[in-house]
Unconditional design. Structure first.
Length: 219
């Protein structure tokens, strides 16, 4: 599977159209061709907003409500979301680089053709989310909840899964072969729609045996 390479902002096809954004974010607005750089947003309310062909760099969102926001063709570099509500957001052709999502609510969100490069997910809620054509490259997913989520054509090259919950998730053509760790705490049965390596199968064997009630004793 082809792993997309990260892009710098000047290489974006819409880079020449970007204008600096210095105002505050507001609900139900349309933001196009904006570059948001070096900003801190505390408890911002950006629900129902739409971002199209925008770039965000060195931006921190602490708290805040962005439910049902729509982000089409958005590039994010060194962005931090801490305790932010991004539930039911829609992501299309988005690229994240070197970013942190901590305590972030993304349940019910939809992501398509989205890639994460060198990002850290810590205690992120992705319950009932829909991910299609999503790639996690060299990321860390710790305490991430995919319960009830749908993952289609998703891959994890160079990414470590640590205490990930897949309870009730549906996996279709999910490629885990290049993941560096498969720490799955719940929902091991959801892996029936995934592809793994033989070595990964050995690592997962205790959890799989426990799931089917298989007792393994030597001697």
């Amino acid at each position: 599977m082809h792993t997309p390479a990260p892009r710098d902002m000047p290489s974006l096809p819409f880079a020449h159209r970007l204008e600096p954004f210095t105002a505050e974010l507001e609900r139900d607005e349309v933001y196009e061709w904006l570059h948001i750089d070096g900003r801190d947003f505390d408890d911002a309310d950006g629900g129902m907003t739409r971002f199209s062909e925008c770039a965000l760099s060195s931006v921190t969102f602490t708290g805040g409500r962005f439910r049902r926001a729509r982000l089409d063709t958005v590039w994010l570099d060194n962005v931090r979301t801490v305790g932010s509500d991004l539930a039911e957001t829609s992501w299309l052709d988005a690229e994240w680089r070197s970013s942190l999502l901590a305590g972030t609510q993304l349940h019910g969100s939809q992501m398509r053709r989205t890639v994460f490069h060198h990002c850290k997910f810590d205690s992120v809620n992705l319950r009932a989310a829909q991910l299609r054509d999503v790639t996690f490259v060299d990321c860390l997913l710790r305490d991430v909840d995919f319960a009830g989520a749908s993952l289609t054509d998703v891959s994890f090259p160079g990414t470590a899964l640590d205490r990930v919950d897949l309870t009730g998730a549906t996996l279709t053509r999910v490629d885990l072969r290049e993941a560096t760790a498969l720490g799955i705490t719940s929902g091991i049965e959801a892996l029936k729609g995934a592809t793994i390596t033989t070595l990964q199968l050995f690592d997962l064997a205790p959890a799989l045996a426990h799931h089917i009630g298989l007792t393994v004793k030597d001697g």
